[in-house]
Design a protein around this ligand. Structure first.
Ligand code: SF4
Ligand code: SF4
Length: 356
């Protein structure tokens, strides 16, 4: 099916909901763009953009009618592919209740190219090895992805360097490009189920001008990256284990783990058990963890990476080097979240540029 144009997102949201999907999209909440379930397009963020710099994130009103004029938000698709906390099983007395084997049907609206690439990285991690994760598979199969081509990259974005954006090219069911004057959306199809949904919408064939305007959105976005990473020879540079740069960045790093929590590809978890004195039940839960926590590398009561420089080096070298050895792809998609949400403004692109 060729590209079409729709005038409003309302029929798309209604169609997705009528097919049993919970529609999750970007809204303004707590001073940030967050993903949340929506019932109509009126709830979507509109007329706002974001200013992102190392350790800084602010929303700013634009006064226009555009819906997707912002870059990566603190939430990513990871929240839905790999929830922050999930029960593995519960015990009542001696009876064990396995975790639910169904995943909610979610249509994620507004996913960017870098986040589609991140989902691709997660697919490789969770499904690509000899021991695929069945719970992850269920969640992925239940997820429908309505992507949006980025128009306004953030000051910390570098998807062009990582070859993941800003234009959506793979991994989506439907891709939108928001166009102005008049306000409308170019719709491109990425899968059979995406096509089925778009065929049910009021639409018009895309004109030559619509296609040219959409190309221009992606061309301009590619030219407005806030950051750059030189990927040529990156693995060799990261093998400099004795560089003084590790001590310098380690002295700044708070090991707070913010960077790994917001990263759409970081997948480390831990397992916790809890018991309830009230009703005699016990629960085993998997929750996000981080290579920045002391306990994460604990062996026989002692952390293997006890120092801040050691933990920062582990994270950076895994993301940009040993991930490639392990999974055949980079662990970074250039979304810039770890830079924006680092409380002391540590910038991976600056650290990479200053390694020997
Ligand atoms: S790099 Fe920044 S966000 Fe990451 S652990 Fe260190 S201080 Fe926290
Ligand atoms: S390492 Fe930073 S820039 Fe790369 S994917 Fe993770 S959060 Fe995004």
């Amino acid at each position: 099916m060729d590209a079409v144009v729709i005038e409003s997102l309302e029929p798309l949201i209604a169609e997705l909901r009528s097919r049993g999907f919970a529609v999750v999209g970007p809204v303004v909440r707590d001073g940030a763009i967050r993903f949340e379930e929506i019932a109509s397009a009126g709830r979507l963020a509109r007329g706002v953009t974001d200013d992102q710099e190392p350790g800084r994130y602010r929303l700013r009103e634009t006064g226009d009618e555009m819906i997707f004029s912002f870059a990566a938000s603190p939430d990513s698709a990871k929240r839905y592919t790999q929830p922050p906390r999930q029960a593995l099983f519960r015990m009542r007395g001696e009876r064990i209740e396995e975790a639910e084997e169904e995943a909610p049907r979610i249509a994620l609206l507004g996913v960017r190219a870098c986040d589609l690439a991140a989902i691709g990285v997660q697919d490789r991690v969770f499904l690509g090895g000899r021991h695929p994760d069945p719970a992850y598979r269920l969640r992925r199969e239940a997820l429908l992805l309505v992507a949006v081509n980025c128009a306004v990259p953030g000051g910390t974005c570098f998807c062009v360097s990582m070859g993941t954006g800003p234009k959506v090219t793979a991994g989506h069911d439907i891709a939108l490009t928001e166009l102005a004057a008049p306000h409308r959306f170019l719709v491109e199809i990425g899968s059979e189920r995406g096509e089925e949904i778009v065929r049910a919408l009021p639409r018009a064939p895309a004109s030559a001008r619509d296609l040219a305007d959409a190309e221009e959105v992606s061309r301009r976005a590619a030219g407005r990256m806030g950051r750059h990473v030189e990927t040529e020879g990156i693995q060799e540079r990261l093998s400099a284990h004795d560089s003084p740069r590790w001590q310098q960045v380690g002295a700044r790093c708070l090991t707070c783990a913010n960077c790994t929590m917001v990263c759409p590809t970081c997948f480390c978890t831990t397992v916790e058990d809890s018991t309830s004195l009230a009703d005699g039940t016990a629960e085993r839960v998997e929750r996000w963890d981080s290579c920045f926590t002391l306990g994460f590398s604990e062996v026989n009561g002692t952390p293997v990476r006890g120092s801040n420089p050691g933990r920062y080096r582990q994270w950076l070298t895994h993301k940009f080097s040993t991930w490639i050895d392990q999974f055949g792809m980079s662990g970074c998609v250039g979304c810039g979240r770890c830079i924006t949400w680092c409380p002391v403004g540590i910038d991976v692109t600056e650290e990479l540029a200053n390694l020997p």
